[in-house]
Write a protein that binds this ligand. Structure first.
Ligand SMILES: CC(C)(COP(=O)(O)OP(=O)(O)OC[C@H]1O[C@@H](n2cnc3c(N)ncnc32)[C@H](O)[C@@H]1OP(=O)(O)O)[C@@H](O)C(=O)NCCC(=O)NCCS
Length: 218
């Protein structure tokens, strides 16, 4: 999806940036891990296929992808962006006849960053973006039955069980957008800002700490 190609979402501990070609080598390294393949139900791809996937995610109108960066590390221009990557988050518009239905996918790939509240923060940020920018009204997540952490995390942010399959070893959780959810997101995400990715990137390239760039300039 091109809608977010110049969008940076700034949270408390993370920034979300569009998935670019420069992120692909690190992403490819992550997905070589059998643990992550299992947890995310993914097949390993060659590096070439991963570049192709990145291009199609950028072009296709049914998928919106952000890379999750460590905000504090990224603010320091001496770290290349690739070294600030922590994971990714996607919204998939799965039903062409109902663009208000979305599947959410989230991965904190760097294990040292798990269990610190990042998953919850990113999920809320992406839900907020999906509601406000993409018009999503219902979210679903499909999770392997063994992935207790992910199931607990999504339940914590009010997803409920829609179905569970012993055959596929998968549970589907859902969240319907309503007034109460929107109020909670407003209250818990009052720090979230949307900024221009390219402007902040240029600022970093000039060797400046991106956290010092005034918000009104981006
Ligand atoms: C699942 C995942 C997204 C959770 O993100 P995270 O940053 O580790 O989770 P958070 O620190 O935000 O924790 C959120 C909630 O999850 C639960 N949780 C987190 N770590 C847990 C653990 N080790 N055991 C049990 N529950 C846990 C808790 O309910 C926690 O809420 P609390 O801190 O208020 O009690 C992340 O661990 C991950 O990406 N893992 C690998 C890939 C994956 O499984 N992706 C999901 C595929 S469906």
């Amino acid at each position: 999806m091109r809608i977010n190609e110049n969008t940076l979402l700034e949270g408390k501990h993370v920034v979300l940036v569009p998935y670019n070609a420069e992120h692909v080598p690190r992403y490819h390294q992550w997905m070589a891990s059998p643990e992550l393949q299992k947890l995310t139900a993914s097949e390993p791809l060659t590096l070439e296929e991963e570049y192709e996937m990145q291009r199609s995610w950028r072009e296709d109108n049914d998928k919106c992808t952000f890379i999750i960066l460590d905000k504090q590390r990224w603010a320091d221009p001496s770290f290349p962006e690739e070294e600030c990557m922590v994971g990714d988050v996607n919204i998939f518009l799965t039903d062409p006849s109902d663009p208000s239905l979305a599947e959410l996918e989230l991965m904190i790939a760097e294990s040292s960053y798990r269990g610190k509240g990042l998953g919850k923060e990113v999920a809320r940020m992406m839900i907020c973006y999906g509601i406000n920018k993409l018009g999503v009204k219902k979210f679903e997540v499909k999770i392997g039955l063994e992935n207790k952490v992910s199931i607990a995390m999504f339940k914590k942010i009010h997803f409920h069980v829609l179905s569970s399959s012993e055959v596929f070893q998968e549970i589907t959780l859902g969240l319907t957008v309503n007034e109460a959810l929107q109020q909670e997101l407003l209250a818990t995400l009052d720090f979230m800002q949307e900024r221009e990715y390219q402007k902040l990137k240029n600022y970093r390239h000039e060797g400046k700490n991106s956290s010092t760039m005034p918000a009104h300039q981006s």
